[in-house]
Design a protein around this ligand. Structure first.
Ligand SMILES: [Zn+2]
Length: 461
């Protein structure tokens, strides 16, 4: 069974309780050299004492200035600490003591990145600034623009309203998330709604379908229309399932990974943009113009991140909440799209693929790095499936809805899961038993697998 999964962290736009930060300025690109130069003014920032400003480790800062144009002393440039793809910076006073975040700052910086032509890299991921002979791809995860990190809540603030001019010598088209792509060597992009800034520039065309865009693909308008009809049906499915809607126009971007994906595909979500690699858009549909089963699941996983995205990306279990839920929801959606027997095949395959692997019980996880890729994409959905078998699908979905609500203000953990389950009809005692067997026991993996295997229909796996 060919399984395509979102390999990387996915973010989406959430409502943050303070007013949104705004970024204004100019980006200059030289695609042939892989060169990026930025001059930004970042304003409307929250009052933070425990914070870091994160910027891609390949960017060299010329200076930070305050709103009066005076230099702001800062730290982080010597023996700097990394946070994901970025180096951590913070403002200091003249005695080199950390001071609060300025409400507005200016920053100028440059970076140059390798241009991949014939030879490829051994890896690629959403946080990589990837330049090839045709396009430049930089998502918010790459921290190509300054991102704020709130240390108290372990959250990144990377959704900004913006007013950005992109100048480029050679690119024919430029896209910044939340705005339609534009052609030309100098384009202005403005948004009063905050988005994670996914920058995609290069020599490409795009197709518009009722405000949605397919970018850098060669499919006809008719096929594009059908693809968006299918995506709309998944959106509607989640709206009915989870009770909230998302109405933004969607941007589907085809990009070339800088590693060899062989026969696999790769997708990520930077809502409302979706990046895909090695996906043949003209072959996504059946004769009846419906998504093929594995493609439906692929998009259902990505669209699930519109719910479980940046809001759950904090704390030691962040990977479990982020990918375990999205993968489980994609299987729930698929069950209604095809049938239970088909989806049982996925569960059986997942059970089999981790049979010989060892995992730390969820309740004993101390560090987010302990949740590896198998944990996120295979064991995670199996744990939610065990919850579903134990308490029913309705309670499981309602519990997820409560978790979604709570995740807007706090970091999710097992206690909050318990609270949400109890709110939706699970008794304290039953959750305790579930926790003991499926989250805490040294045999927790086996318990999950055994329960699922007992309830699914026999398949070829
Ligand atoms: Zn994912």
């Amino acid at each position: 069974m060919k399984i395509i999964i979102c390999l990387l962290i996915c973010f989406y736009s959430i409502n943050i309780s303070f007013s949104q930060p705004h970024i204004r300025g100019t980006v200059t690109l030289d695609m042939e050299k892989g060169y990026i130069h930025c001059e930004f003014r970042v304003s409307n920032l929250p009052e933070l004492t425990n914070y870091k400003i994160l910027l891609n480790h390949g960017m060299n800062i010329k200076y930070f200035r305050n709103k009066k144009g005076q230099l702001i002393p800062y730290n982080g440039y010597y023996a700097g600490k990394m946070n994901g793809e970025g180096l951590e910076y913070y403002f200091v006073n003249n005695q080199n003591v950390k001071i609060n975040l300025e409400s507005t700052f200016e920053i100028e910086y440059s970076g140059a990145f390798p241009v991949y032509k014939k030879d490829l890299n051994g890896f690629d991921f959403k946080g990589y600034i990837a330049v090839n002979e045709n396009t430049l791809r930089a998502t918010e995860q790459s921290k190509w623009y300054p991102i704020l990190y709130d240390e108290d809540t372990d959250r990144r603030i990377d959704n900004y309203t913006y007013d950005i001019t992109v100048n480029t010598k050679t690119s024919k088209s430029v896209f910044i998330n939340g705005n339609p792509p534009k052609k030309g060597i100098s384009s202005v992009f403005k948004s009063s709604k905050a988005f994670p800034l996914f920058l995609f520039a290069g020599d490409y065309n795009f197709v518009k379908v009722k405000g949605n865009y397919l970018i850098n693909t060669d499919v006809t308008e008719d096929v594009s229309k059908k693809i968006f009809e299918n995506i709309d049906s998944i959106k509607l499915y989640y709206k009915n399932l989870l009770g909230t809607d998302f109405k933004d126009e969607i941007y589907i971007i085809n990009h070339k990974a800088v590693k060899d994906l062989k026969n696999g595909s790769w997708g990520f979500n930077t809502y409302p943009a979706f990046g895909f690699s090695n996906l043949n858009f003209s072959k996504l549909l059946t004769k009846e113009n419906k998504f093929k089963e594995n493609r439906y699941k692929f998009f259902a996983h990505e669209l699930a991140h519109n719910y479980f995205g940046n809001n759950v990306n904090s704390g030691k279990l962040s990977w479990f909440w982020l990918e375990g839920t999205a993968e489980y929801l994609s299987l729930v959606a698929l069950e209604d799209y095809t049938n239970k027997k088909n989806v049982d095949g996925y569960y059986a395959y997942y059970c089999k693929s981790i049979k010989k692997k060892k995992f730390i019980p969820l309740n004993d996880i101390k560090n987010k790095k302990q949740i590896n890729s198998d944990y996120r994409y295979i064991l995670g959905p199996l744990i939610f499936k065990s919850f579903e078998i134990s308490f029913g699908r309705k309670i499981t979905i309602n519990t997820l809805k409560t978790l979604l609500e709570l995740s807007k203000k706090q970091t999710l953990d097992i206690k909050i899961w318990e609270k949400s389950a109890i709110k939706n009809g699970v008794s304290r005692e039953s959750f305790k038993t579930f926790k003991k067997d499926f989250l805490s026991s040294n045999m927790f993996k086996e318990n999950n697998i055994n329960l699922i295997r007992k309830t699914i229909t026999k398949t070829t796996y």
